[in-house]
Every structure is written in C-alpha cells, then in structure tokens.
Write a protein that binds this ligand. Structure first.
Ligand code: ATP
Ligand code: MG
Length: 395
C-alpha cells in the first residue's frame, strides 16, 4: 500500500486535438512546483499522480499541488496492486481514518467503483455492493445511503494494474496551466490591485514577468522590498521564477513635475509608463501588458483616462482583468492569495510622490500631446531603459 495524491484537471478536457500541449505544460508545472520535495510525479490516463514522498509532509505536498493552475481537484489516496484483498485492506484503513475524523455517528456512506480494468473479475456495481457489506460488517456506526450521504468511498481500478482508494476530494484553484496562454508583463505597484490582476491572468495561463517603477530616493528601500515580496508571493502560483524589471522613474517624474501642468501629471506619468512597458515587451518578446486598473476607481481610471493612456500603445494589448470588480471583491481575492497584508504596508508608491491635488478626470489626447511637447520623451525613456535593474525572484 502506498500513499499517493491523485490530481484531476478541468478545462483542458475541452481542448480536443491540442490537449497534449496543455497536458505537457501542466505536468512540467506540477514538477516545478514540487521541486525541492523528494517525490515522484507521473501521469495515468487523464490524471496526474504524486507519489513516493515522506508521509509526514503530505499536507505540505497537498498545499503545493492545490496551487498549480489547471487542476480542479485532488484526492489523497491509497495505491494498491489490484486485488480484492488489497482493496479491502486499503478500505479498512480509510474507514478507520474516517471514523476518527467524523466523531458523530451514524455516518452515512456510499461506495463508488470505477472499473477501467475490465480484467478485474467483479463488475463495478456488484463490487460497490460487496465493499459496502464489508464496511458494514467491520465497522459500527456506518449506514449505507445512496443519495445525500456523508461520505463517498471511491475505488478506482485502473488499467495499469493499480487501484486507488480514497474518499476525500479537495478543491484546487482551477484555471489553465501557467505558460499555456503566452506571456504577460504585469505592471506591479505596491498596491492591492496589481498583484490580484497578475494572479488572475496567471490563472488563465499567462506566464508572468513584472515591471515596477520606483522613485528612489523619494520612495524607500522598504517600498522596493514590498514589491519584491509581492512578486515572491505570486511565485507560489506561477511555479517558476518571476523576472522583475525595476525601472528608475525619478528623473521622469521630476521632469514632468517641472514642465507639465500639475493636473496632467499623473496622466503623463502613466502614458510614459505604458510606453516603457511596451518597449520592454517588444524587446523581451512578451505578448501583453497586465494592469490592476479598474473602471472608475480613481481619476486615472475613468473611461477617458483609460482611452487616453491606452492610446500610446502601438502593438501590445493591455489586459485589465479587474476592470469590472468592486474593491471589496478585489480585497477578498488579495486576502485569499496572501498578498493583502503585504499590499497594505504603508510605504509610498511612485504615484504618491508629487501628487497633484486635482488630477484631470477626462484628459484629452490632444492636450496630453501638447503637455508632452515640453519633454524629451524618447531620451527620458531611453535613459530609464538603460538603467533598468533585472531581478529573478525565485519561489
Ligand atoms: P494598485 O492597487 O495596483 O496600486 P491603484 O488602485 O493604486 O492600483 P493606480 O495607482 O492608478 O491604481 O495604478 C493603476 C495600475 O497601474 C496598477 O494596478 C498597476 O498595474 C499600474 N501601476 C501603478 N503604479 C505602478 C508602479 N509604480 N509600477 C508599476 N506599475 C504601476
Ligand atoms: Mg497604486
């Protein structure tokens, strides 16, 4: 008898001819997320299996597996060489566990057998019935119930001579395997929204890099550490490392502050941020930019502002997964994924340096262009790009 974890995927089932492409990426991502844990990862017809790990760290292995996008559920299971005796042994063990976990009795249960291996001599329904009898004979306080039962005891008899016996089904995060939908550059501030936006796009299969604009020395070392900490939390979900591009923004901000109207300051800042993001994407073959923007949240996120800043992008699309979310729902996700407590640390962001009192709410593109004439935008961008710091954040 061997402890294993059985993992099931979701949407990939819909992929028809391309399925193996997604399956392979999912397999690699599972391996990556378990790197550093002594275990074996394998595939059995449409399922994945983690085995040969130290039983004492089962819950740690489960936590890691749960976060691999693409899986919808997992079950800790006993793997046995297929035989009626072995299956009974495994069932005995599981029912003992169940008895301890669920103190209240009577406990209702149902046995469900899946017989992929037709060489196994007993048909599924008949075997379920036999196993039900077996449990009733050996344990007090159990009742068979076909609908609305407390426990489902699963017996999965596979073609390769192994059977899996389990009762728990633990939800995973779903989504698509990271990397299966291309690559994205997350504009990562130290706020609440952008890490959530990154999480959501990674969940749809984007492989993430991150870009942060800092205004050192106006912004502190702690503000920088905070952003790197957020990137690190995101690696819990992306499996592999995240490249973070740290872009010096101080000179650009000083120039805007000196030369542009205060009410256009944020607008011009954001237009330059997007231009830099686009250049980085093109240079590094990244396919899209991701932001935490949200319709109506602040002056720079009115439809006019979004249209205005978006207009500087020439070839790279911007994805804004939070566009229609209420703040309270974004906060809920931030708490669930573990970024919230870091995001609310009170370190200033570059956008709060030289903050104007009345940012324009409906900036016209024409006026933005006029404001920009006071700046040598190409030189400023070139200078910022030359001084980028590239960091690899490991899980
Ligand atoms: P967040 O909570 O993500 O900081 P916000 O509500 O504060 O968002 P803004 O400050 O207007 O909104 O920023 C909108 C988006 O622009 C952010 O979600 C992020 O994607 C990007 N952004 C803002 N500041 C920075 C920065 N310093 N570096 C990189 N990206 C940034
Ligand atoms: Mg912000």
């Amino acid at each position: 008898m061997k402890n294993v974890i059985l993992l099931r995927y979701g949407e990939i089932h819909l992929k028809g001819k391309n399925r193996s492409f997604f399956e392979n990426i999912l397999f690699q991502n599972l391996q990556k997320s378990l790197a550093g844990i002594d275990c074996k990862v394998s595939r059995i017809s449409g399922r994945y299996l983690v085995s040969d790990y130290d039983q004492r760290i089962t819950s740690q292995v489960i936590e890691k597996c749960k976060k691999v996008f693409g899986f919808v559920s997992l079950s800790p299971a006993w793997e046995v060489d297929t035989s009626i005796e072995n299956i009974k042994d495994a069932a005995m063990d599981l029912v003992q566990d169940i008895s301890m976990i669920h103190a209240h009795k009577p406990l209702t249960f149902k046995v469900k057998t899946k017989r992929a291996d037709k060489k196994f001599p007993v048909p599924s329904d008949e075997f379920s019935a036999q196993m039900g009898e077996f449990v009733l004979e050996n344990f007090d306080g159990f009742l068979v119930k076909m609908q609305g039962y407390d426990i489902e005891l699963n017996i999965d008899i596979r073609e390769h001579g192994k059977t899996y016996v389990f009762w728990q089904k633990i939800d995973c995060l779903g989504g698509m395997p990271v990397g299966s939908a291309g690559s994205g550059l997350l504009m990562l501030s130290g706020g609440i929204d952008s890490p959530v936006a990154g999480y959501m796009m990674a969940k749809r299969g984007l492989k993430l890099s991150a870009l942060h604009f800092h205004s050192y020395p106006y912004t502190s070392i702690q503000a920088r550490e905070k952003v790197l900490d957020l990137a690190k939390i995101l690696t819990n979900y992306t499996g592999g490392e995240i490249t973070v591009y740290m872009v010096p923004f101080t000179r650009i901000q000083e120039q805007i502050h000196q030369k542009c109207s205060p009410n256009y300051m944020i607008n011009i800042m954001r237009r330059i941020m997007f231009r830099i993001a686009e250049r980085l994407c093109v240079h590094n073959k990244i396919q899209t930019v991701v932001t935490g923007e949200n319709l109506g949240q602040v002056a720079s996120q009115t439809i006019e502002s979004l249209t205005n800043t978006n207009s500087v992008m020439q070839t790279i699309p911007v994805m804004r997964p939070l566009i229609a979310f209420d703040k309270i729902d974004i906060i809920k996700i931030a708490e669930e994924i573990g970024t919230y407590n870091t995001s609310i640390l009170p370190y200033e962001d570059c956008c709060t340096v030289f903050l104007p009192e009345n940012p324009i709410i409906k900036p016209s593109i024409k006026n933005s262009q006029i404001q920009e004439q006071a700046l040598d935008i190409d030189a400023l961008i070139a200078d910022a790009l030359e001084n980028i710091e590239v960091l690899k954040i490991k899980p």
